[in-house]
Write a protein that binds this ligand. Structure first.
Ligand code: ADP
Ligand code: MG
Length: 412
C-alpha cells in the first residue's frame, strides 16, 4: 500500500523526456469563468488565472521544440449545441498570453483536427474544442481515446483538478499514446501538486496538524478518517463543528447540522479521542445573513434561537497553541461563513496565523475550492507553501485515493 502511494508520486515530468520535433497532446485546465452564458454575446474570459497557470508548462514545451495540441473541458455542456461553452474566448486569451497564434478548431476529434494536426510544425499551437462536446469524454470512451491519442507522440497532463476523473482526455488518451510507445508525463502544475500533496499523503513530517472546516461533515468523513491515520491531530471549525458538538450532546440552536451524519460524527469522535479538537467559542447570529447581529458565546452555550456562523477568538488562540511546533499543516474548509465579512474573521485570522507559521519554516498546504478562495480573498495566497488548484482532486488525494489521471502517467 505504502509502496504504491510512493510510486504514484514518483511520476515522470516533461523534464524527463525529449519533446523536440514531437507533437504533444496537453490536457490543461482552461475551465475559466466567462462573461456571459448567451452565445449571441461576444463572450470573454473574465478571470485568466488558470490559463496563466499553464504558461510555464506550455512555454517550456514550445522552447524545447514541440508542437502543442491543447485540450480542456469548459463548464458542463450537455452537447456541442451549448455554444456558450465553446473554446473561442479561451483561444483568444491564450494567444495574447503566449504572444503567438493559437488555432482554435471546431471539434475535439475529426477530419478538421486530423488535417490541421498533420500540417503542424514545431512552435504551432492548436486548441481543440471543449472536450465535453465529445459524447465519449466523460465515459472514457475507447474510440475517442484512440482518436485523441492518434494525434500526438507524447501526452502531458497539467490539469490536476480533473485528475480524479477517468475521462478520455485525462486517462484514455494517455493510455492510447503509451500503447504506441509514447510517453505520458506530468506538466509543471501537476508536478507541484504532487510534490506538495504527495508529501502530506505518503510521507508527512511530524508533528502534522490538519485543520478541517466547511459546511458539511458528510462530504468529508472519509477525509477525516484518513487524516486520523496520517495527522497527529485535527482542529475542527466551520459548519461541520456544529455536527460534532451536537454528536457530543451539546445544544447548537438553529446552527447548520447534518442529522444523518450524527452516527458517523460520534464514531469519528470515539476513534479520534483527544486528537480531534473542537471550537471553544463561536460567533452566533439570529439569521443567516450578511447583516445579522453577531455575538461571541462559549461553544457549550449556543442560545436556542441562534446559529453558529464562525469560530470565536478563544478558539483561534487555542488552535494557535495546538499549532506550535508543527512541521506540516494541511487546511481544508473555511472556519465560518467567510462570504459574509462579519463572519469571515475566524477564517481570515487562521489564514494570518498560518502565514506566520510559514515564515517560521512550517509547511502549510491549503486544499479545497472555497478554502483557496478564502485565502485569496484575504490576500494571503502567496504567503502559503502551497494552495491546491484542484478542489475535489486535492480532497480525494488527501483521502488516500488513487487518482486515475495520475496513476496512468509514466513512473520515474
Ligand atoms: P472547500 O471548498 O474548501 O472544501 P467546503 O465547500 O466544504 O470547503 O465549505 C465551504 C462553505 O462552508 C462556505 O460556503 C462557507 O460559507 C460554509 N460554512 C462554513 N462555516 C459555516 C457555518 N458555521 N454555517 C454554515 N456554513 C458554513
Ligand atoms: Mg467547496
Amino acid at each position: 500500500m505504502l509502496k504504491m502511494k510512493g510510486e504514484r508520486m514518483n511520476k515522470k515530468t516533461i523534464r524527463d523526456i525529449d519533446v523536440n520535433g514531437k507533437k504533444v497532446l496537453v490536457r490543461v485546465d482552461f475551465n475559466v469563468p466567462l462573461s456571459s452564458k448567451d452565445p449571441q454575446d461576444s463572450i470573454t474570459v473574465t478571470d485568466d488565472l488558470r490559463i496563466q497557470a499553464a504558461l510555464p508548462t506550455l512555454s517550456y514545451l514550445l522552447e524545447h521544440g514541440a508542437a502543442l495540441i491543447l485540450c480542456s473541458h469548459l463548464g458542463r455542456p450537455k452537447s456541442p449545441a451549448d455554444k456558450q461553452y465553446a473554446m473561442g474566448p479561451v483561444a483568444t486569451r491564450l494567444s495574447v498570453l503566449l504572444a503567438r497564434p493559437v488555432t482554435k478548431l471546431d471539434e475535439v476529434v475529426g477530419d478538421q483536427v486530423t488535417t490541421a494536426v498533420a500540417a503542424m510544425k514545431p512552435g504551432d499551437v492548436i486548441l481543440l474544442e471543449n472536450t465535453r462536446f465529445a459524447a465519449g469524454e466523460t465515459k472514457n470512451d475507447p474510440e475517442l481515446s484512440q482518436k485523441l491519442g492518434a494525434l500526438a507522440d507524447i501526452y502531458v497532463n497539467d490539469a490536476f483538478g480533473s485528475a480524479h476523473r477517468a475521462h478520455a482526455s485525462t486517462e484514455g488518451a494517455a493510455r492510447a499514446i503509451q500503447s504506441k510507445g509514447g510517453a505520458a508525463v506530468a506538466g509543471f502544475l501537476m508536478e507541484k501538486e504532487l510534490n506538495a500533496l504527495g508529501t502530506a499523503v505518503s510521507n508527512p513530517p511530524h508533528p502534522y496538524v490538519a485543520i478541517m472546516g466547511g459546511a458539511k461533515i458528510s462530504d468529508k468523513i472519509k477525509l477525516i478518517e484518513n487524516l486520523l491515520n496520517t495527522a497527529d491531530k485535527i482542529l475542527i471549525g466551520g459548519g461541520m463543528a456544529n455536527t460534532f458538538l451536537k454528536a457530543k450532546g451539546q445544544e447548537v440552536g438553529t446552527s447548520l447540522i447534518e442529522a444523518d451524519a450524527l452516527p458517523e460524527a460520534k464514531r469519528l469522535l470515539e476513534l479520534a479521542g483527544e486528537r480531534l479538537i473542537l471550537p471553544q467559542d463561536l460567533v452566533v447570529a439570529d439569521k443567516f445573513a450578511a447583516d445579522a447581529a453577531a455575538k461571541v458565546v462559549p461553544a457549550w452555550g449556543i442560545p436556542a434561537h441562534q446559529m453558529a456562523l464562525d469560530v470565536g477568538p478563544d478558539t483561534l488562540e487555542h488552535f494557535n497553541q495546538e499549532l506550535q511546533g508543527a512541521q506540516l499543516v494541511v487546511w481544508n474548509g473555511p472556519m465560518g461563513v467567510f462570504e459574509f465579512d462579519r463572519f469571515a474573521e475566524g477564517t481570515n485570522n487562521l489564514a494570518k496565523l498560518l502565514a506566520q507559521l510559514v515564515n517560521m519554516g512550517v509547511q502549510v498546504i491549503i486544499g479545497g475550492g472555497d478554502s483557496a478562495a478564502a485565502v485569496m480573498k484575504a490576500g494571503l495566497a502567496d504567503k502559503m507553501t502551497h494552495i491546491s488548484t484542484g478542489g475535489g482532486a486535492s480532497l480525494e488525494l488527501l483521502e488516500g485515493k488513487v487518482l486515475p489521471g495520475i496513476a496512468v502517467l509514466d513512473n520515474k
